[in-house]
Ligand binder design. Sequence first.
Ligand SMILES: CC(=O)SCCNC(=O)CCNC(=O)[C@H](O)C(C)(C)COP(=O)(O)OP(=O)(O)OC[C@H]1O[C@@H](n2cnc3c(N)ncnc32)[C@H](O)[C@@H]1OP(=O)(O)O
Ligand SMILES: O=C([O-])CC(=O)C(=O)O
Length: 373
Amino acid sequence: MAKVLSGAGLRGQVAGKTALSTVGKSGSGLTYRGYDVKDLAENCQFEEVAYLILKGNLPTQAELDAYKAKLKNLRGLPQALKDVLERIPADAHPMDVLRTGCSMLGNLEGELNFDMQQDVTDRMLACFPSIICYWYRFSHDGVRVDVETDDDSIGAHFLHLLHGEKPSELFEQVMHVSLILYAEHEFNASTFTARVCASTLSDMHSCITGAIGSLRGPLHGGANEAAMEMIEGFTSAEHAEQEMMGKLARKEKIMGFGHAIYSESDPRNAIIKGWSEKLAAAVGDTVLYPVSVRCEEVMWREKKLFCNADFFHASAYHFMGIPTKLFTPIFVMSRLTGWAAHVMEQRADNRIIRPSAEYTGEELRKVPAIADR
Ligand SMILES: CC(=O)SCCNC(=O)CCNC(=O)[C@H](O)C(C)(C)COP(=O)(O)OP(=O)(O)OC[C@H]1O[C@@H](n2cnc3c(N)ncnc32)[C@H](O)[C@@H]1OP(=O)(O)O
Ligand SMILES: O=C([O-])CC(=O)C(=O)O
């Protein structure tokens, strides 16, 4: 049964056109430029999907090789950006670090005109993992990492910088899948933020900085971290069941469940759940995966609420040794492609986005003298 899309939060209102993706359309849950996300996750590397989203078509082998080589060459960070990152304290939230890093990059290598939009996007795609890991390793381990690795992919580059060694094939593959699943999702809150900013004819770094701020919240991208914080408190599936029942009785919101558009399932969940199960077997987990499955069962049985893309990402990332506070920045490393493509699409057929408000305030009144207030 389709979800009723009306009411607050602009739900169900068409706010513009896009050729980039479909969400919750019958027949296929999620498509990027006409390709099913499941098909893409099974058959592509993330860089192919980034190319598809940003440039409009899947690359040939030669185009993919050239694109990966280009991105590899753009991993370095200017010294002025490293200086800023070194001043951000270890207890800062990495999403705030990334927001600052993106904004600082805009000061150093700004988008001077819209002809630069593809190049500034590629630069961000290549260096966001460097920004996040440079800050993380400096502030947590006192190490100034060399961010110019020769890793073949964005996901491997990230894991290499984070752990100081090249990742296994399995971990690199999971990163490809994860980044593909998070890449694009129509008019979600962060993308809409980027489009509103773009509609004023602002620059790409401003659009992306704003979108990072919107993604940070626990009702959106921040849910993967919140889900991890919840499941790591459960010691067994039985314990998870007890605690979840308590949360539901107290009417608490459970992060990683539910969706604004999907009604019965999020097509990304089955895919990342499958990889979480494989990772659990590979790392010898006997708690976190069964706990996660039990949470899913309880939520469906009690509330008909299903896992969204974020829930099984929590255990998958944890199994790869990724600290919880870096979960949402990974989402940024991927969604940047969707955001930038939406900015370009908005620019190509722009009118400033400026909705109306229904006024609910006071009737017209006179300003009283200050002594009479
Ligand atoms: C990648 C992503 O950004 S996916 C989304 C990530 N966010 C989360 O996981 C946060 C948890 N989920 C939520 O807060 C919501 O489901 C949202 C924000 C995703 C969608 O919000 P909405 O479209 O307003 O939800 P919806 O209309 O389906 O809510 C229906 C009812 O289910 C409840 N509900 C929805 N999700 C949850 C949840 N995760 N836990 C408990 N109750 C929930 C709502 O409170 C609402 O109850 P009410 O009518 O008594 O107020
Ligand atoms: O579409 C939404 O509202 C949230 C979401 O799942 C996403 O941005 O991936």
